[in-house]
Write a protein that binds this ligand. Structure first.
Ligand SMILES: Nc1ncnc2c1ncn2[C@@H]1O[C@H](COP(=O)(O)OP(=O)(O)O)[C@@H](O)[C@H]1O
Ligand SMILES: [Mg+2]
Length: 395
């Protein structure tokens, strides 16, 4: 029997492009071991081109992105003559027919921007293709730190005090905004609302440093969040897997940073770049009391549900190391390395985690497909149109 094709989509116009390449390659390696699928890579370049080709399966080829791009074949989603969605590769020559592959499911390995914020998920929805992790809503909410915090706040989940504003507000009302920000009390932390990997994030110790930090963050996003700094800080993360009420949590981890906040350097460049998130320094399971870890795991499940998530996500918490008060910080709806290192410690191997994600994607897709999506009656049939006022040829 021919194997089903699993499309592994990664890359994209995101500052976390390289991290995504690593996550996708880790997944491809684990899935190849299972022998269950024909794996087809779909790579989106930093400038947004969709490309495919076996060259993408060798990580070494990513050392020279220009050369790699020139060797790949442009592709896109399309519908074949039977109405089935396929990945269509552009014609090689004038007479040759474009190669088409029908897709069983899409494993999303993007980090940041349009691959993780619901945009790519929306494209899959339009083509009726099953895809892993959160749907459009959960992905969009998870990417937007202000919206995620606001939903948590209204569900009585502790989050840090903050002020947020968009560029248009800042341009005309800088002094007023700084006034509101000052009321929070220094030190403060400035963040782009829709980014990850600590890019554009800066701790500000006094009023004089504020404008510069805000201007830097505006280079990455038009929406800025300024939060009270939690100090002394301990970070605890936990991963959730499943959908609906059927959720499991991984053991917690305590990531360790060398700087005052966990930097891009800490996360990806400290040890072995090719290991991505799996190489960062951390304590697993987190060295915190059992009851505390149980509390974090329970609240993680609750947050995962209220933020409309499915698949696998990593939830990050900020803890005041002295008082043990905790605050939900953010959710990563396509976590670095799919958080496999947390699940491994929880008794689930990476290949089984991926197979479960693919199964969940197919199940979610089936659940949606079972609903009524359109009516058979044609409102524009001759008889019906007569009843619509204001149209040409009707009364
Ligand atoms: N309110 C805060 N107080 C203290 N440190 C923080 C706070 N918010 C974030 N940090 C630090 O900054 C890092 C990056 O911030 P985060 O909100 O997680 O953004 P990103 O999406 O870029 O990972 C965190 O991992 C943590 O080390
Ligand atoms: Mg973070």
């Amino acid at each position: 029997m021919e194997k089903k094709t699993l499309l592994v989509a990664f890359g994209g116009a995101s500052p976390e492009h390289e991290v995504s390449v690593i996550t996708a390659h880790q997944a491809i390696a684990a899935l190849e071991e299972t022998g269950q699928f024909q794996i087809k890579p779909l790579y989106i370049t930093k400038s947004g081109r969709w490309l495919t080709g076996s060259e993408l399966l060798n990580l070494k080829n990513f050392e020279d992105l220009k050369k790699l791009e020139s060797e790949l074949t442009p592709c896109h989603f399309a519908q074949n003559e039977f109405g089935l969605s396929v990945l269509r590769e552009e014609k090689a020559g004038f007479f040759s027919k474009a190669a088409e592959t029908s897709v069983y499911a899409v494993l999303l390995g993007f980090h940041g921007s349009k691959g993780e914020n619901g945009a790519f998920q929306g494209v899959c929805e339009m083509y009726n293709l099953p895809y892993t992790c959160c749907g459009v809503l959960g992905s969009a909410v998870g990417m937007d730190k202000v919206t995620a915090k606001s939903i948590c706040r209204s569900n009585k989940i502790p989050v840090t005090e903050d002020v947020n504003f968009v560029e248009e507000d800042w341009v005309g009302n800088r002094e007023k905004i700084i006034g509101r920000v000052n009321e929070l009390g220094y030190p403060l932390i400035v963040k782009p609302v829709n980014l990850g990997s600590s890019i554009g994030v800066k701790i500000v110790k006094n009023r004089d440093e504020m404008s510069e930090a805000v201007e830097t963050a505006f280079r990455y996003d038009r929406h800025i969040l300024v939060e009270k700094v939690i100090s002394p800080l301990m970070e605890i993360n936990c991963s959730v897997l499943g959908s609906g009420k059927d959720l499991r949590t991984s053991v917690c981890e305590r990531p360790l940073g060398k700087e005052e906040l966990l930097s891009f350097q800490d996360k990806y460049l400290s040890d072995d770049a090719a290991k991505g998130m799996a190489s960062a320094d951390r304590v697993i399971p987190a060295d915190i009391p059992e009851e505390f870890s149980a509390e974090i795991r329970e609240i993680s499940k609750k947050i995962f549900r209220i933020l409309s998530c499915s698949g696998v996500a990593r939830l990050d918490f900020l803890i005041n190391a002295k008082t043990h008060e905790f605050y939900f910080n953010e959710i990563n709806t396509i976590p670095g390395s799919f958080s496999f290192y947390l699940w491994k410690e929880s008794g689930l191997e990476f290949d089984d985690l991926l197979l479960e994600l693919i199964e969940l994607a197919v199940q979610e897709h089936q659940k949606k497909s079972r609903r009524i999506q359109s009516y058979e009656t044609n409102l524009l049939s001759k008889k019906a149109v007569k009843g619509i006022k204001g149209l040409k040829g009707t009364k």
